[in-house]
Design a protein around this ligand. Structure first.
Ligand code: PLP
Length: 375
């Protein structure tokens, strides 16, 4: 059996959407599918101003400009994250202050943050690893106390909630990724979420290549012109056509992925009870959509299992090389972040997509059991 790690799946609606776009140029010009996506997304994010972007990376870059990041500003974030979380701020001269993660959710360790806040700290980035929420009430209180911006990197968190609200809609700003590696995908795309009303207007300028096109669209100016800095952050219509199809099927897609998570969890439980692997806790599994990972004893065992599974036709992936000791990250000083290192070395992500069924999960688990039997 051949099992891909990821697969966007089949869609006949996407092809119909593309035909519609090509049937009349005005569908392109008027951003038909981008507008439909925004209306659909607004249902889960009713109180936020939303911008569809070419990537979550682009959304983070807009946020860095909105909060006027300058040389020497400090931004607190986990080291266990994707480069974009740091790069958006580092590009503007900020110093990323890398923090260790806790071992339950693999999110930034809140007990370590307050000691790291200095007069130069401008923001905290809460990355919701695997879509599992950080304790946002606690981070919000810290941000309020120290006058910091709260940025939610909800790249992996479409469909995940905190106190009933979609992640990304609670901090001052949020981003969600619709990359091909995510549960809901535009092939490449993202969502910028502005929750702090003070920034809505300027976000529109930056998003529309530094023009007041947003004011023109809502009829408040007769034409639009250059008013600010900015770039071409919009999602293209072909991606929006993919995304709209995915959004309409999102309940079904998330439910499928959640069933796979529960099946993996159920079939792998005996191995956890034997002390061979560590699984996500039962409560996290209830709303787990993005990825299914297991933790091995160490890097050697993780890599051996990954190689063994590949030989059986099963693709697996590790995740994030910690930023703090990557070649660029080490520019910002040496740090001892033991949980980040241990998790990065021992985490293995198993295949997760809608083309998989219970038979695939059983096959993969069977092979994992065989791996431990022959050890
Ligand atoms: C935590 C995190 N932030 C940001 C990004 C960037 O997302 P995108 O690929 O949509 O730019 C990713 C991508 O995987 C991510 O994992």
């Amino acid at each position: 059996m051949k099992v891909l790690f990821n697969n966007i799946g089949k869609s006949t609606n996407y092809l119909k959407n593309i035909e519609l776009l090509h049937s009349n140029y005005n569908f392109f010009r008027k951003k038909h599918f981008s507008n439909l996506c925004i209306s659909q997304l607004q249902k889960t994010l009713p109180d936020s101003k939303l911008f569809l972007t070419h990537s979550a990376t682009g959304g983070l870059e807009i946020i860095a400009e909105l909060i006027k990041i300058e040389k020497g500003d400090e931004v607190i974030m986990p080291s266990f994250t994707f480069v974009s979380t740091a790069n958006a701020f580092v590009t503007k001269g900020a110093i990323p202050v890398f923090v260790d993660i806790e071992k339950e959710r693999l999110n930034i360790d809140l007990n370590l943050i307050e000691n790291l806040i200095t007069p130069k700290t401008k923001a905290i980035v809460a990355v919701h690893y695997a879509g599992h929420p950080c304790d946002l009430n606690k981070i919000k209180a810290l941000c309020k106390k120290h006058h910091l911006y709260l940025i939610e990197d909800a790249a992996m968190a479409y469909g995940n909630k905190y106190e009933g609200k979609q992640l990304g809609s609670i901090g001052d700003f949020g981003v969600i990724s619709f990359d091909i590696t995510k549960q809901i995908s535009a092939v490449q795309g993202g969502l910028l979420i502005i929750n702090n009303p003070d920034f809505i207007r300027r976000a529109g300028y930056l998003y529309h290549i530094g023009t007041n096109r947003e004011d023109f669209i809502d009829g408040s100016v007769p034409y639009y012109e250059w008013v600010d800095v900015g770039s071409k952050y919009q999602m293209n219509e072909l991606s929006a056509a993919v995304l709209y199809d995915q959004l309409l099927r999102s309940e079904e897609i998330l439910a499928h992925r959640n069933i796979l998570s529960k099946l993996y969890h159920y079939y792998l439980k005996p191995l956890e009870l034997q002390g061979k692997i560590q699984l996500m806790s039962d409560d996290l599994i209830e709303t787990n959509y993005h990825e299914f990972y297991i933790l091995l004893k160490n890097q050697v065992e993780r890599d051996q299992l990954s190689t063994f599974l590949l030989a059986q036709g099963v693709e697996t992936m590790f995740h994030y090389i910690p930023l703090h000791n990557s070649s660029k990250g080490s520019d910002f000083g040496l740090k001892d972040l033991p949980n980040t290192i241990a998790i990065s070395e021992s985490l293995l992500r198993l295949p997760m997509h809608t083309e998989l069924g219970e038979n695939h999960v059983q096959y993969i688990v069977e092979k994992i059991i065989t791996f431990f039997e022959k050890e």
